[in-house]
Design a protein around this ligand. Structure first.
Ligand SMILES: Cc1cc2nc3c(=O)[nH]c(=O)nc-3n(C[C@H](O)[C@H](O)[C@H](O)COP(=O)(O)O)c2cc1C
Length: 206
């Protein structure tokens, strides 16, 4: 039996039920570890799954951050330093990746607290997660408040990417089966994934 759930019913849900249900609606994501430093040099690592492709020329990526009604180290650090990294999470590290969402004080580095090794790539000032099989360095392009709920749209320009050569195909596709990164839904559920097919560009034919 199928169930129709209306906006009025969702509004009546208890806070946690609503949070889990609404966070699951858009399905699978690649949760990424966002690496930053504060202006005073404190490193920070936090898991974000609301991260999405915006455009390819220039290569641009967006992410949604929660409202800054409480201190948010990632948002503060990106605003200060204007650079950050996105790091795909190896399957083996999903539990540690999840733990980066805990509210660590500003002066505590999640890299150190969770024994996730920080790595710097020459010429780029923000920290990467050393074991990430796909690493992206970005410069801040814009920060836009979302009027609907005070969340924040952070848009960045891709400055560099590090990936194993064997997982980068001549066509430009990335082989995520080979990269063995984790996928997630909502705020607490993690999956491994399986390749199904790659299809040709879809053309309309009369
Ligand atoms: C699977 C998962 C996905 C998350 N995605 C986001 C997200 O897209 N945006 C966000 O602001 N917070 C997200 N969070 C919450 C942050 O990880 C959490 O607020 C963290 O404390 C932020 O750290 P910071 O204060 O060091 O920036 C997510 C948490 C989990 C567990």
């Amino acid at each position: 039996m199928k169930k129709i759930i209306t906006a009025a019913e969702i509004k009546e849900y208890d806070r946690f039920l609503r949070m889990h249900f609404c966070n699951c609606l858009t399905g699978f994501k690649s949760p990424l570890l966002v690496g930053t430093t504060s202006e005073s040099g404190n490193e920070n690592l936090a898991i974000f799954s609301n991260v999405f492709h915006i455009g390819a020329d220039p290569s641009t990526i967006g992410m949604i951050a929660r409202p800054t009604t409480i201190p948010r180290d990632t948002v503060a650090n990106i605003s200060e330093t204007k650079i950050y990294t996105l790091n795909h999470i190896p399957l083996a590290d999903y539990e540690k990746g999840h733990l980066t969402s805990a509210k660590y004080p500003e002066e505590i580095s999640e890299f150190e607290a969770l024994n996730l090794k920080a790595e710097y790539i020459e010429g780029f000032g923000a920290p990467f997660y050393a074991d990430a099989p796909l690493k992206i360095g970005l410069s801040l392009s814009s920060i836009t408040p979302i009027k609907e709920n005070d969340t924040i749209l952070i848009i960045g320009k891709v400055e560099l990417v590090e990936v194993e050569e064997k997982n980068l195909m001549v066509t430009g596709h990335l082989d995520f089966s080979g990269l063995r990164t984790v996928a997630s839904t909502g705020l607490d559920t993690y999956y491994s994934t399986k390749f199904i097919d790659r299809l040709p560009y879809a053309k309309y034919r009369k």
